[in-house]
Design a protein around this ligand. Structure first.
Ligand code: GDP
Ligand code: MG
Length: 195
């Protein structure tokens, strides 16, 4: 697949605000600041399609990006931001769960984790959700440029063990900064969109 066209379509909180065309979608899940927006920009060769921020927890909407007029990449709000209230965490949970239940054409999830960090309890909860919803997914280990080349593959294996992933779930090392892993990412998302 070649990504020829990418456009921001809408931001949503509730199902009635989702785009009506119901195109296939791939959702991005991950901690705030893990690199979801940067990944959208690198994937689409655009510097400012998705707003990135050094300030975690700012993106609290579900953002829909239409790719090649054929599918959506859906940037879900990041989780695990420490300084939000209990109520906000609950609202976040409803928003994500509502999306997974209401958008009827989800082809899969890309779960982003920072390659340098141990997966959090929230990351593990997400892994359980994907299985519970019987959702195809793969893991994208971000910020690979922050590790030496020889540390990358050992960390991939550790992340696999830490999340308890079945062998058929791919873990792809990736860097938005250098484009490392972009080919593997496009191939993996192509497989989810066109199974
Ligand atoms: N070194 C490095 N920094 C990254 C990478 N991806 C994202 N970042 C930085 O991490 C911060 C959060 O990125 P952002 O894409 O906004 O994360 P989001 O909250 O998951 O959408 C920003 O300062 C980015 O510049 C990467 O691959 N390498
Ligand atoms: Mg973001």
């Amino acid at each position: 697949m070649e990504i020829k066209k990418a456009e921001f379509v809408t931001s949503a909180v509730k199902p009635m605000q989702y785009p009506a065309d119901n195109l296939p979608c791939l959702a991005l899940a991950g901690k705030s600041n893990v690199g979801k927006s940067s990944m959208v920009n690198t994937l689409t060769n655009r510097t400012k399609l998705a707003k990135t921020s050094g300030q975690p927890g700012k993106t609290r909407l579900i953002n829909f990006y239409r790719i090649n007029d054929t599918f959506y990449i859906v940037d879900l709000p990041g989780y695990g931001f420490a300084r939000v209230s209990h109520q906000e965490k609950k609202n976040w949970g409803y928003m994500i769960e509502n999306f997974l239940k209401s958008y009827s054409n989800i082809h899969g999830i890309i779960h982003l984790v920072d390659i340098r960090h141990h997966p959090t309890a929230d990351d593990k909860t997400m892994t359980h959700w994907f299985r519970e919803f019987n959702m195809p997914y793969f893991v994208l280990a971000t910020k690979a440029d922050k590790l030496g080349k020889t540390r990358i593959m050992p960390r991939i294996k550790e992340i696999r063990d830490e999340l308890g992933l079945p062998l058929d779930v791919q873990v792809i090392p990736f860097s938005s900064q250098t484009g490392y892993g972009k080919g593997a990412l496009i191939q993996a998302l192509d497989t989810l969109i066109n199974p």
